[in-house]
Design a protein around this ligand. Structure first.
Ligand code: PGA
Length: 254
């Protein structure tokens, strides 16, 4: 089977002004063009998506941080996949922990969002990960498997062929506390084992699984050296062009 193409995503969250975002997007475009082996994506806030897409090169995929589970209609404040596609967005984060835990998004809602993304032809990045309490209780692997099963419920193997998973332990996000490469690798094996149970060994082997949670320019290479870690979903360090460039370079050397 062909090796999995490394993937690096910059999740800007609710940060940056428009001007800062455009400058960052231009810088990321230069770096991405220099490392064609790595798939590079940025996930700006909704109001900047269109401008960022226009500013950056085709070497950078522009993704949204969320999408609606609905197609259209009376859903104040929500953004549909159709609207994202209309402005050239090609990827979407689904189930980031700040939406699961901050906004109460359930596996059932994420399952429907996944359907919308796939129907719209947008690359879905499904985020999973345990809280510190769940890890301390020895439940990390059960939680990861349950989140995957919940979001993928009813989705066929063929429909999920482009699915990317981001394993992001909640306790590592924005805390500066990164999972050890060994712990992250073990969690990634749980992701693959669950995908194998749900679909097939081939699917599990092909699917790309990113690690997220305090990835930075110093720890990226060691994380990406793990066989089952195909790249990173990066928050804080993705806002600093030079740090994000170093992380992309680390993925290229994988
Ligand atoms: P962080 O965020 O790199 O700032 O920990 C990662 C994420 O939430 O995707």
């Amino acid at each position: 089977m062909a090796p999995r193409r490394p993937i690096i995503g910059g999740n800007w969250k609710m940060n940056l002004t428009r001007a800062e975002g455009l400058a960052l997007a231009a810088a990321v475009g230069d770096v991405a063009s220099a490392y064609p082996r790595v798939e590079v994506a940025v996930f700006p806030p909704f109001p900047y998506l269109d401008a960022v897409r226009a500013e950056t090169t085709p070497a950078v995929a522009v993704g949204a941080q969320d999408c609606s589970a609905e197609a259209k209609g009376a859903f104040t404040g929500q953004v549909s996949v159709g609207m994202l596609v209309d402005i050239g967005v090609t990827s979407v984060l689904i189930g980031h922990s700040e939406r699961r835990h901050g906004l109460g998004e359930t596996d059932a809602i994420l399952c429907r969002k996944l359907a919308r993304a796939v129907d719209g032809g947008v690359l879905p990045v499904l985020c999973v990960g345990e809280t510190l309490a769940e890890r301390d209780a020895g439940r990390a692997h059960e939680v990861i498997a349950t989140q995957l099963r919940g979001a993928l419920d009813g989705h066929s193997e063929a429909s999920m062929s482009q699915l990317v998973i981001a394993y992001e332990p909640v306790w590592a996000i924005g805390t500066g506390r990164t999972a050890t490469p060994a712990d992250a690798a073990e969690a990634h094996r749980t992701v693959r084992r669950t995908l194998q149970d749900l679909y097939s060994a081939r699917f599990a082997e092909k699917a790309r699984v990113m690690y997220g949670g305090s990835v930075n320019a110093r720890n990226a290479a060691e994380l990406f050296a793990q066989e089952d870690i195909d790249g990173g979903l990066v928050g804080g360090a993705s806002l600093i062009a030079s740090d994000f460039a170093a992380i992309i370079a680390a993925a290229a050397g994988r």
